[in-house]
Design a protein around this ligand. Sequence first.
Ligand code: ZN
Ligand code: ZN
Length: 272
Amino acid sequence: MPAYAEPFALIALSAFCAIALSACGSGSSVSSEAEADSDGTVSGEVTATLHNAYQWFGANVTVALDGDTVVIEATGRPDHTSPYWNPNNASGLYVAPDPNVTTVSHMSPGYIEDYNNLFTLRAPASPTRAASSSATSLGPVGIAVSGAPIFNDQEGPNVNLEIGVIQGFDSNGAHTGPQTYHYHLEPKAISNDDEALVGVIADGFFLYGRQCYSTPGTYPTDLDASGGHTSVTQHSQGEAEYHYHIMNEFYLGAYYLLFPEDYQGTPSSISN
Ligand SMILES: [Zn+2]
Ligand SMILES: [Zn+2]
């Protein structure tokens, strides 16, 4: 567990206690709008729990429970190195472009520091699959654990990512513009051919790396068109639950798209 997770957990627990004065003795469960009958039984209880996976979001992301909604706020800036940080290196996270990955002449204009965003996603604490899937659109389709947004496979209206743009990406499959640093491809600082948690998609389902905890060391073979399936994860406490994976399929012969397909749940907008 990263060093920042523990303070987060404490802050989150404090928040829970503030929300539900009576719930502090019961772990991270929050009860609200509960009414005790005269015989002491509780009726009309609305219980939401902050999913265990949210503890793995980094310091650039804050997560809070608001009733049965999770409020996720992200700075839009990653907590890892990139050649898209300003080379004066005030961030301490600038690295020179890796010539094996990034073609400097293809890099997008703008440094990560050029953008000041606070992306907010209000997602259901217990997301469910929708009756029908819905298409993603330009702009953020999810928030990564690093604090930067996840984009789909398009670089403009009905303009798919093409090789010239990808050649300007950093080693995390990301670049800047038009309003934020963002990922399109497998972000190797977060997940590199493994089962790591990558982020949360706008419908509230989590996105994991190409491998699955339920089938250690291998790639899931039962994914739907969105890269989703239902199984246990390292964060689901033994319960099978729906989640997405980065699909283990090459795009343009060499790349792994993060989340190119439809939402299987009901997406909320990610505002900034
Ligand atoms: Zn882009
Ligand atoms: Zn899985």
